[in-house]
Design a protein around this ligand. Structure first.
Ligand code: MG
Length: 369
């Protein structure tokens, strides 16, 4: 089987309401998503999506994905999309780094592999674990009362895992965390995500002021060096999110004992194939995982659902549903959907979701043999 064409669409995904990270340091109103369809000479095609969380969150942006696709697509024409490791080596040779560009191409190849084998992607990743995967809420930074109100709205929809965004104001953060922790329910997981906002001094102050939590702090500071410094002076479990890009990052996190949890964002780490290697390292070293994408529609969420469902419990703590935060749905009724606060990967072959071409509109680029 050979790749004959790669077609690219761009779609703005407006957020239902503005979203704030890191104590309001970062604000988001809409996401710039890129959809990719890979066609083959066997008549099969696969879909991928790449969607950074705005342009200020990570060194990734929508136009960067499309520029990278222009660079990379000619190298994939004629290749067998089912040989995922070979596809990834081709991509890495043609353009070192730029992992977020490669994730959408990798996703589309997994979709083709699944359709070719008549198996869902999660089973090709090694397993369909029996339990649906809990979706973590994403609670925007606000006053302690506002944040608890938002947690309650998520609870009403079945959510039991809550990612509460803190950062930027030490006194207010301590109040936020104490208020949320005092109102945590049995069986609920509430973790505190600073999205890199604290300096080490601030992280150490906040984390040591709120003992007895049942969960972890996520990405307290910018770099692994800073978080290692915080780690040495605090007792809470730590999760690494934005500072995990490569396999070597994960090896260092484990070797230096920096964190017990990692957040594997498929787009940031370069797609399902590279994420699979991270998953296997985590399983063999006892690191627990959250699995998400940086953003996107039901397509990205469905790839996440397949990947998360390949991980045995309790090693996967939760996923995230970006689709519920945006007001455009390119595949109504299809793919992984929130059922009682959980995702289940579709049963059909491949990803099990196809976007509606009428929603995507006119392609912005096409690459052919
Ligand atoms: Mg995070």
């Amino acid at each position: 089987m050979r790749i004959t064409a790669i077609t690219v669409w761009q779609l703005d995904l407006p957020l239902h309401k503005p979203y704030y990270l890191s104590g309001g340091r970062l604000r988001f109103d809409a996401l710039d998503s890129t959809f990719v369809r890979i066609d083959t000479d066997a008549g099969l095609h696969g879909w991928g999506e790449g969607c950074p969380w705005g342009v200020t969150y990570l060194p990734a942006h929508g136009r960067g994905i499309r520029a990278g696709l222009e660079e990379l697509s000619p190298h994939l024409i004629g290749k067998d999309p089912r040989q995922l490791d070979a596809i990834n080596r081709t991509l890495d040779l043609a353009l070192p780094g730029h992992l977020y560009v490669k994730a959408a191409l990798d996703m589309a190849c997994w979709d083709i592999l699944g359709k070719s084998a008549k198996m869902p992607v999660c089973e090709l990743l090694g397993a369909r674990e029996p339990d649906p995967v809990p979706i973590a809420s994403s609670v925007s930074t606000g006053s302690p009362e506002e944040m608890l109100d938002e947690v309650r709205r998520f609870r009403d929809r079945g959510y039991k895992v809550h990612s509460c965004k803190v950062g930027a104001d030490v006194h207010l953060d301590i109040k936020r965390i104490n208020h949320l922790a005092a109102n945590e329910l049995d069986g609920e997981v509430m973790f505190y995500d600073a999205n890199r906002a604290w300096l080490p001094r601030e992280a150490i102050t906040v984390m040591n002021a709120v003992p007895g939590l049942t969960s972890w702090f996520e990405q307290p500071c910018e770099t692994l060096d800073e978080i290692a410094q915080v780690r040495a002076q605090t007792a809470h479990p730590i999760c690494i999110d934005e500072a995990l890009h490569t396999y070597n990052d994960l090896v260092r996190i484990h070797r230096d004992g920096i964190a017990e949890v990692v957040n594997i964002k498929l787009n940031r780490v370069g797609g399902l194939t590279k994420a699979r290697a991270l998953r296997d390292f985590c399983l063999s070293t006892g690191i627990t995982m959250l699995v998400m994408d940086t953003g996107g529609s039901v397509l990205s969420d469905t790839a996440v659902a397949h990947f998360a469902q390949s991980i045995p419990q309790p090693s996967c703590l939760g996923v995230w549903s970006c689709q519920e935060m945006v007001s455009i749905d390119p595949a109504p009724g299809a793919g992984a959907r929130n059922i009682d606060g959980c995702f289940t990967a579709p049963a059909g072959p491949g990803l099990g979701v196809e976007p509606d071409l009428a929603v995507l509109g006119t392609p912005v680029a096409a690459y052919e043999a």
